[in-house]
Design a protein around this ligand. Structure first.
Ligand code: SAM
Length: 245
């Protein structure tokens, strides 16, 4: 039943990922609610609360793979006029949904949308106070390169935060989760979007992502310090953090 994304060569991976998000962009938020039974909102709230934008001084935030703006809007709410948020995504369709959603809301914070690749960030060294990436890094073909770029654009004292699917460590939950993801999610995808393959990709990319401890080691290897993680919901997702010191 596997779609075979794990066998896609590295140089073709990005094109496949782009195709998936091009197809799902308009239904992306609805599908997240359905697939996670609304849990993704709770995870994102907890995640975004880890960023503490200073309200007194200028605060530059970069949200990579920011898609439809879910993380940026939460940070904008917590911020002030001195908060500047750049939402970066490789996919113009996802960014367009984010732009439209931003136009409907009114934030004090300033929001910018940039179409670019997490592996080659179009910013100077030491530019940002914080970097977030939520449910994005597992889609990036060269994870080590994306982490190196995160470190490069952060200022000294800047915070790195990543929210990503992780490894379920609880005995019964792990079996349930596997059945749910490999059977129910592609079915849901087919019913709601008419596209089971895109959702099969999502599930496979989750299964292929390193466990929390290995990913923590990658973050540390990229030169981010005090690399640590917190599991949420039995390890379905984890928040990884690090600092440029
Ligand atoms: N952060 C949003 C959220 O939590 O709802 C969106 C997550 S969505 C699952 C993954 C996003 O990663 C997509 O919008 C996709 O276009 C983007 N993406 C994939 N590869 C990328 C890359 N190399 N650089 C930047 N963004 C990328």
């Amino acid at each position: 039943t596997h779609f075979g994304f794990s066998r896609v060569p590295l140089r073709d991976k990005q094109a496949r990922v782009d195709e998936v998000f091009h197809k799902v962009a308009s239904r992306y938020d609805l599908m997240n609610d359905l697939m996670s039974a609304g849990l993704h909102r709770v995870w994102k709230d907890i995640f975004a609360a880890r960023v503490k934008p200073s309200r007194q001084t200028r605060f530059r935030h970069l949200d990579v793979a920011g898609g439809t703006g879910d993380i940026a809007f939460r940070i904008a709410k917590a911020g002030s006029r001195r908060t500047e948020i750049t939402v970066l995504d490789i996919n113009a369709d996802m960014l367009e949904v984010g732009r439209q959603r931003a136009a409907k809301r009114r934030f004090e914070a300033k929001l910018d949308f940039v179409e670019a690749n997490a592996e080659v960030l179009p910013f100077a060294d030491n530019s940002f106070d914080a970097y977030t990436i939520a449910f994005g890094i597992r889609n990036v073909p060269r994870i080590d390169q994306a982490l190196a770029e995160a470190r490069r654009v952060l200022k000294r004292g800047g915070q790195f935060l990543c929210l990503e699917f992780s490894n379920v460590e609880m005995p019964v939950l792990d079996r349930l989760y596997e059945v749910y993801s490999f059977r129910a999610i592609p079915l849901l995808g087919r019913l709601v979007t008419g596209d089971a393959d895109s959702y099969r990709y999502l599930v496979e990319s989750i299964a292929g992502f390193p466990d929390a401890e290995s990913f923590r080691a990658k973050i540390a290897a990229a030169g981010l310090e005090r690399a640590a993680f917190t599991r949420l919901t039995g390890g379905i997702v984890a928040i990884h953090s690090g600092w440029k010191l």
